[in-house]
Design a protein around this ligand. Sequence first.
Ligand code: ZN
Length: 192
Amino acid sequence: MKCLLCENYSLTQHICKKCQQEFLQPSLYKRKLQNGIEVLSFYRYKEIKPLLFTKHTDLGFHIYRLLAKLSMKKFAQEFQWQDKVASIAVDDTVKNGYSHTAILNKALKSTTITPRFNKLRAQNTLSYSGKSRAFRKANPRNFIVNEFKEKEIIVVDDIITTGTTLHEATQSLIQRDKEILFCLTLTDVSKR
Ligand SMILES: [Zn+2]
């Protein structure tokens, strides 16, 4: 197949090893939500923007698995904490055969982190794409939190734009007496 980034032929990968080395080595960018919770992200938006557009396609399944392996998995293997923590993906509903946020979450599995699935579900799935902060605020996600035992949580999503969704997601968990350690996203739109 052809590498999505350089268009050279790659035998087994949608993105060739050379491009993975050159373009997809994760960094660590930080931002705070309005409730003070820190959001860590791995890539500049412009670096992976075309890859994110594969979401909900067959190709997206492979691309998200690759990005998850290069960033989330690597992070999880280096992450140390005194207690066992859970990782929860924002709205890991299956669309077109898979959930892109569940793929990211699954990659966090380690001796410290237990990924939990179907725990944070949006009742309002209206698209926020290209919408203002005011629109997002006027149409909250209204998350349902399903019970799980861990108290300390890492919240996972693919992208942070205005931060409205992650703010609402973390507040929903805090109301259920959970403690948020931080959020993890692939990319932060404000880091260009
Ligand atoms: Zn390439």
